[in-house]
Design a protein around this ligand. Structure first.
Ligand SMILES: [Zn+2]
Length: 337
């Protein structure tokens, strides 16, 4: 019985491959050390606070780095206003792979650092910038390594990686005025003005704070509201890789993050992979919005868990279904046992 079962499995796999020309492709190996190096490099610029030389230099480095892996890199410059009315210049950086493919997946993370550590235990730090090793650089580090992998073997779908700016310029904790929609200024801009007119994608994945040791990602409420099938897809891929410890079965409250605006305005179902736990004081890791969000909080293994999950999702996507071929697949003769 076992022998027959294995034979059947082997033959049916071969048959599927032969009848699905746009099927699964081999997944390149995510290199945890390389991803960590990309986080470290960002941190070495200093806090990437909009309007600072560190921010400008890091944006330049992203473009140069991404251009090693794809010629299709676009910088979307935009103007925005902070919660207190100050004008801000933002840069969303978009790298596309397989840019002529209609079926696409969107990956994103914010790259800016928060200008104020307003949740630091020491009030003296409340107007000092956050380094953003985890809150910013970790998600981008994973996506840069994903970009490198994408250059090694194309998946069946096109992929757009968007490094979003101005996520973390939201109202200071002491601010008494209006603060609605003061977070995610880069995603708000992009979702209303996509880099290509009429742009859409099958779905999106946002990474935010994906670098801490032992990070656990809940099925986050906003993602479940707008994109439950995307959450299921990501969590199934993670479990298949043995990462159930990091991708928890529990649900969390709803968060305001870049995915909210991509869901609301661009109407692309997008899920957030974020280190969040309702039972913590802020919900976020202890270093969140403190001067302690530094490179020593970053764990290579967590970066790899997230990166490998994202790659499994992307390379698990099948290309567009060709109705003619699908019809032939149904009539493929079955092995007689
Ligand atoms: Zn933040």
């Amino acid at each position: 019985m076992v022998g027959a079962f294995l034979l059947l499995a082997a033959i049916s796999c071969g048959g599927e491959q032969a009848t699905q020309p746009a099927g699964r492709k081999a997944t390149p190996e995510f290199d945890a050390a390389s991803a960590y190096g990309f986080v470290k490099k960002q941190v070495e610029f200093g806090p990437r606070v909009p309007g600072t030389p560190a921010h400008a230099a890091c944006a330049e480095w992203f473009v140069k780095t991404l251009k090693q892996w794809t010629p299709d890199v676009v910088v979307q410059e935009f103007k925005a206003r902070a919660y207190d009315g100050r004008p801000l210049d933002g840069k969303n950086i978009i790298a596309s792979f397989g840019k002529d493919k209609k079926d696409r997946v969107l990956l994103c993370a914010h790259w800016d650092s928060r200008p104020f550590a307003d949740h630091d235990p020491d009030p003296a730090n409340h107007f000092r910038p956050v380094m953003g090793a985890n809150d910013g650089a970790s998600g981008v580090g994973v996506l840069l390594e994903v970009a490198r992998c994408l250059s090694l073997g194309e998946p069946a779908v096109g992929v757009d990686i968007i490094l979003l700016d101005l996520e973390d310029f939201g109202a200071h904790n002491n601010w008494k005025g209006a603060s609605e929609n003061s977070w995610g200024l880069g995603s708000q801009y992009w979702a209303k003005n996509p880099h290509r007119p009429g742009y859409t994608a099958r779905f999106g994945i946002l990474l935010d704070m994906v670098g801490a040791a032992g990070a656990v990602f809940p099925r986050e409420g906003t993602s479940l509201y707008f994109a439950p099938a995307v959450v299921d897809k990501i969590w199934a891929a993670a479990r298949a890789l043995g990462y159930a410890k990091h991708f928890a079965d529990r649900e969390s409250g709803t968060l305001i993050d870049d995915h909210l605006y991509i869901n609301q305005y661009a109407r692309i179902p997008t899920a957030d992979i974020i280190d969040y736990d309702d039972s913590r004081a802020s919900g976020f890791p202890e270093s969140w919005h403190t001067v302690g969000d530094t490179l020593d909080k970053i764990d290579r293994n967590t970066l790899a868990v997230v990166g490998r999950t994202v790659l499994a999702v992307i390379y698990g996507e099948k290309g567009p279904v060709d109705p003619g071929k699908a019809g032939r697949m149904l009539s493929t003769p079955r092995l007689k046992l």
